[in-house]
Design a protein. Structure first.
Length: 152
């Protein structure tokens, strides 16, 4: 065996390793992407009012409990700042949670994390709606049977 024969396997292994590395890198990126229905900054969070009976039309502060929608091995993570849309007949609040890392997760329930939302306008005579329940992966889940969280 001469020196050229010894180099050949290493030369052939280089492109194979490069392809494997690229596949692993691209595959890893796919597992970290947000689910459909997220406002774009994190993963989907769904929410409930912590004290719905205490909410009034004049309120501009909402105290919520946020839960990650996806399987996350019992991890919700930090709620991100709320996205609020004020419409004539409803106020839509969407809250993502910090993006999940890693690839395989079990599906036990995820804990509720507290979040406070400061509104620019009072609720008035408008419904309060979980925006994650209007489109995307949360629609049709048990949490989103009724996206309205409060009605005046």
């Amino acid at each position: 065996m001469d020196a050229a024969d010894e180099v050949r396997p290493a030369v052939r292994a280089g492109p194979v390793l490069a392809l494997l590395g690229s596949a692993l890198l691209l595959g890893g990126c796919a597992t970290l992407s947000s689910a459909s229905g997220s406002s774009g900054s994190g993963d989907i969070g769904v929410w409930d009012l912590t004290h719905p009976a205490g909410v009034e039309s004049e309120d501009r502060v909402l105290v919520l409990g946020v839960t990650r929608l996806d399987c996350a091995s019992g991890f919700t993570g930090e709620p991100l700042p709320a996205q609020v849309v004020y419409e004539d007949h409803r106020v839509v609040v969407t809250i993502d949670v910090e993006p999940l890392t890693g690839d395989a997760h079990t599906c036990q329930s995820n804990p509720v994390e507290p979040a406070t939302v400061m509104l620019d306008e009072s609720l008035g005579e408008r419904d309060l709606v979980d925006g994650a329940c209007l489109e995307g992966d949360a629609v049709g889940t048990s949490h989103c049977e009724d996206p309205v969280r409060w009605t005046p």
